[in-house]
Write a protein that binds this ligand. Structure first.
Ligand code: SF4
Length: 419
């Protein structure tokens, strides 16, 4: 039976061959919760009273409120710490990093099956793994029993050719694709990225792309593992053996739809309020839209290549008076590397504030909540009303280079076009 990569990984974890549309129970390699979704998961685990299966592979992240901004969240953190202790689960403390970034740095390998009570768990598809978000109670079952149910998604193949030119980056590409597909255009499907364009992408870019497939409704995003995947793992985890299994789609695998996109034709893009698919080239956006805040960070825009691209733009310059620039590295590892490379110095000299590794203001809990009527340009992945803590505010999504140039100009501007 000819299968695509997602069907192959699910088959291997179900113990039988599957096709799109089948509903199966699968063994889980990793399961995660974060501080917003984890407390309910812990309640259900305790109610089930079965303990936790392979607790070192069941991960708790204190990343959304990092550090906590109110006592209720501090209480949730304590509940998660107590349950981590009780069951011997893998606890990732405040300031250690966003769950999806830490999973990439330390844990996920090609061919694995990763589930999480966070919708951006799909990020790990960049390793050639099946990775998807689920509800807190499904994850409780996965943590207690080591299994979860899945309806095998049908797949859309996205063939990438070429490579980025100028300041265009992975974020510009994925915004462009979501604009084309719409926010519901891939609902419960796999977005499988393939072709020489993928091989031209860094692992960090691949993580950014797979992170945002959920914004088109996809169940998972996936890319075949290759030499760059192996190099990334070797660099981040030198102690890990290369004993993982790499799956590839069969030549005759079935796809519901096929698209081809040439990365060399991608230009800087932005998603306008209040929907991620309200995408336009930055060159077509009204320059009279003044911004109050610029945010560089999150699980889709706070990695080293993001910080490097933004630092390149602001180096030796000052951000516009009246604009706040907040830079929040996605993990402690990135924070340290950025500090060593002098990137934090560049941002601070330009007038930026550096946040604690974690989600920062992305989800409107702490670290840069917007005020009434304010406008923010952000490297995050969501811009619906109220996302950054105020229902009467406006979020524009763009690449790190565009956000940095916009902070200098005070309005949304592509890098290279600032005065
Ligand atoms: Fe969710 Fe934002 Fe945190 Fe990513 S950075 S996990 S999108 S809150």
């Amino acid at each position: 039976m000819e299968q695509n990569i997602t069907e192959k990984i699910i088959s291997a974890h179900a113990g039988k061959d599957v096709r799109a549309g089948d509903v199966v129970f699968v063994d889980v390699d990793w399961a995660l919760v974060q501080d917003g979704t984890g407390p309910l998961t812990m309640d259900v685990i305790n109610e089930m009273d079965k303990g936790v299966d392979m607790p070192s592979k069941k991960c708790i992240f204190l990343d959304h409120a990092s550090p906590s901004s109110k006592f209720e969240l501090s209480d949730s953190h304590n509940k998660l710490r107590e349950n981590a202790d009780k069951y011997g689960m893998d606890l990732n403390e405040v300031g250690y990093g966003i769950c999806h970034q830490v999973m990439a740095e330390e844990k996920v390998s090609p061919g694995q099956l990763v589930v999480g009570a966070d919708s951006h768990t799909c990020t790990a598809g960049a390793f050639g793994a099946f990775a998807s978000g689920f509800g807190s109670t499904d994850i409780a079952v996965a943590m207690a029993t080591g299994q979860i149910w899945i309806k095998v998604p049908s797949a859309i193949k996205v063939e990438l050719t070429g490579k980025f030119t100028g300041t265009a980056s992975a974020k510009d590409f994925i915004l462009y694709l979501i604009g084309k597909l719409s926010a519901m255009g891939a609902t419960y499907k796999t977005l499988e990225f393939t072709g020489e364009g993928v091989r031209n992408l860094s692992m960090e870019s691949r993580l950014t792309i797979c992170n945002m497939v959920i914004e088109a409704g996809a169940k998972n995003g996936i890319m075949e593992a290759d030499d760059k995947t192996a190099e990334y793992i070797k660099h981040e985890r030198p102690q890990q053996k290369k004993d993982y299994k790499i799956y590839k789609s069969d030549a005759g695998a079935e796809y519901e739809k096929e698209l081809t996109i040439n990365l060399s034709e991608i230009t800087p893009q932005a998603a306008l309020p209040h929907s991620v698919d309200n995408v336009k080239p930055v060159s077509e956006i009204d320059k009279k839209i003044d911004i109050d805040q610029a945010f560089i960070g999150t699980c889709t825009g706070g990695r080293m290549e993001d910080l490097r691209a933004a630092a390149e733009v602001v180096k030796g310059r000052k951000i516009k008076k009246g604009v706040r620039l907040i830079v929040t590295p996605a993990s402690a590892r990135i924070y340290k590397r950025a500090m060593k490379e002098g990137l934090l110095e560049i941002f601070m000299s330009a007038g930026a504030v550096i946040g604690t590794p974690g989600c920062g203001p992305c989800v409107g809990i702490q670290g840069g909540i917007l005020g009434t009527g304010e406008k923010c340009v952000s490297t995050a992945n969501r811009n619906f009303k109220g996302r950054m803590g105020c229902s009467d505010s406006y979020i524009y999504l763009a690449s790190p280079a565009t956000v940095a140039a916009s902070a200098l100009e005070g309005n949304i501007t592509a890098a290279g076009e600032e005065k």
